[in-house]
Design a protein around this ligand. Structure first.
Ligand code: URA
Length: 211
């Protein structure tokens, strides 16, 4: 697994405001959107491109365009939805699939309750969106899901990760170079309710309100 932790003052600034318990949902949503755009820049560093011939006003030359098959962006419902616009802004030609996963609060295991994805993802680069990499259970299940359908590589874009969750993902995927995690920060630890500390609380609730 490849891990990239964004090291940028703008990311740190926006993350600080996100963490603040006083930040209201509208501001929270806006900041998540902005943060994802910054993370997406790193996450798409290895996006596949194809050479194209073009004519500039001056001469003929070659450039690149995003290659086929188009990348697939997969927000994990519900909180991953808050990251979708920021990601599609940078990759507007990508397709979007949805994966509904939630944590069973007793076992803390990931349960898939919905999916809207092609059965065949052969050769597709997939970008999983999940703000909080906490226990790692959801991410491992989602990576397995996409890999089983033929995804050529999977990049998870997260706002925060706990060291415990990163270890779970790392232990699961080993040194596979086709799995990457891009994250704004790695926090201290998980608490006994599997919340990231210091974290930002329940990302879904902060984005959309308490269900
Ligand atoms: N999910 C969240 O929304 N927040 C956490 O801290 C952990 C999991």
């Amino acid at each position: 697994m490849r891990l990239h932790v964004a090291d940028h003052p703008l990311v740190a600034h926006k993350l600080t405001v996100l963490r603040d318990v006083r930040t209201p949902s509208p501001t929270f949503r806006l900041l998540v959107d902005e943060l994802v755009t910054l993370l997406a820049y790193e996450a798409t560093r290895d996006v596949k491109v194809a050479t194209v011939d073009i004519t500039t006003p001056v001469t003929e030359t070659q450039g690149v365009k995003i290659a086929d098959p188009r990348p697939m962006i997969v927000p994990i419902l519900r909180a991953g939805l808050g990251m979708l616009d920021g990601m599609t802004r940078l990759l507007p030609t990508a397709e979007v699939g949805f994966l509904g996963m939630q944590r069973d609060e007793t076992t803390l295991e990931a349960v898939t309750y919905a999916n809207r994805l092609p059965e065949d993802l052969s050769g597709r680069q997939c970008f999983l969106l999940d703000p909080m990499l906490a226990t790692g259970g959801t991410l491992v299940a989602a990576i397995d899901y996409l890999t089983a359908r033929g995804a050529s590589d999977v990049t998870a874009v997260c706002l925060l990760a706990a060291p415990e969750g990163l270890k779970v993902v790392e232990d699961h995927v080993g040194d596979r170079a086709d799995v990457s995690v891009v994250v704004a920060a790695v926090d201290e630890r998980l608490n006994d309710k599997a919340y990231i500390v210091p974290g930002l609380g329940d990302a879904g609730d902060r984005l959309y309100g308490v269900v």
